[in-house]
Design a protein around this ligand. Structure first.
Ligand code: ZN
Length: 309
């Protein structure tokens, strides 16, 4: 096989592997005409298939295709013998269908089972080109060839690659925990509306966090404390300095409090005159025999004696 052809086949199979999940051994479906052609050319089928697909091959034949060989009679006996070594693929066609129809049914719309199709039918090859990810092998002038990937296959490959790129960008944003500037437009264009709003809210939530983080790296709180206190709040917990009292119109909060307390004392004392008389009476009754002045507090005693006299 020519070097150039080997290279292009290798590239093609790499595409089928990376974008469509093809793996060795490749599952190969043959039709009756392909097999008959191989036998007629006295080809080493397995060796040629390995060359073309650049890897191990698992040949298969559907029930309908083997039926087509049986129907061909003695002429196809050598091909039937060759097919005996192949895995019989169930196509679930209760009544044998035309081979092209059977093979196309095996491909479905997206060749889910990743078959490689070996066929001599031009209409079938044409139809299979519309199914992305369907490698096609055929024989031309006694040479086994691999069709270059179809336009449908190349288009699907591009879509797969793009989706992979998008996913990786979103994953990157998730991994880093920050919506990257490059990731935002991707999310807004590709993500569903719900996801978009989430991404937007996350984006909105991020900047304040950053500000908070920046805060502690600002001025040292200890250095702030040294500064002259600002009105109201800073004064709440601590005793105002002498200088502050002076600034505060000559009377500080403490002085006000002091004055109020004095007033209370005064008023209490004023009320106390009436109360003390009652108290004194009670005491007189209790301490009739004892010394009057020594028992009670000095103030009361003094007041009492003063009042009495
Ligand atoms: Zn079938």
């Amino acid at each position: 096989m020519k070097n150039k052809r080997i290279k292009s086949y290798r590239r093609a199979m790499q595409l089928y592997q990376s974008s469509f999940g093809f793996r060795e051994p490749y599952q190969l479906l043959v039709d009756a005409a392909f097999l008959q052609s191989c036998v007629k050319q006295k080809m080493d089928i397995m060796a040629r298939l390995h060359d073309v697909l650049q890897g191990a091959v698992k040949p298969m034949i559907t029930q309908c295709c083997i039926q087509a060989l049986y129907d061909a009679g003695s002429e196809a006996q050598a091909a039937v013998d060759a097919a005996k070594g192949f895995e019989r693929r169930k196509c679930n066609h209760f009544k044998a269908r035309p081979e092209d129809e059977c093979m196309l049914a095996m491909a479905g719309t997206e060749n889910k089972n990743r078959y490689v199709f070996a066929t001599q039918s031009l209409p079938l090859r044409e139809s299979l080109r519309a199914v992305p990810g369907s490698p096609i092998i055929y024989i031309a002038r006694s040479v086994m060839l691999l069709e270059s990937p179809s336009n449908q296959t190349l288009a699907k490959k591009r879509r797969v690659e793009e989706s992979k790129l998008h996913v990786s960008a979103e994953e990157l944003a998730v991994i880093t925990g920050k919506p990257l500037p490059s990731a935002d437009p991707v999310a807004s264009t590709s993500a569903a509306p719900a996801d978009d709003s989430v991404a937007a809210s996350e984006g909105a939530a991020e900047p304040p966090k950053k500000k908070k983080r920046k805060g502690p790296s600002g001025p040292n709180p200890l250095s702030v404390k040294k500064k002259k206190a600002k009105p109201a709040d800073p004064n709440a917990g601590r005793r105002p300095s002498k200088r502050e009292r002076e600034e505060d119109g000559g009377e500080s909060r403490e002085q006000k409090r002091q004055r109020e307390e004095d007033g209370k004392v005064v008023s209490l004392a004023a009320r106390g005159e009436g109360g003390e008389k009652k108290k004194r009476r009670r005491r007189r009754k209790g301490a009739a025999t004892g010394a009057d002045g020594e028992g009670g507090p000095a103030g009361e005693g003094g007041a009492g004696s003063g009042g009495e006299a």
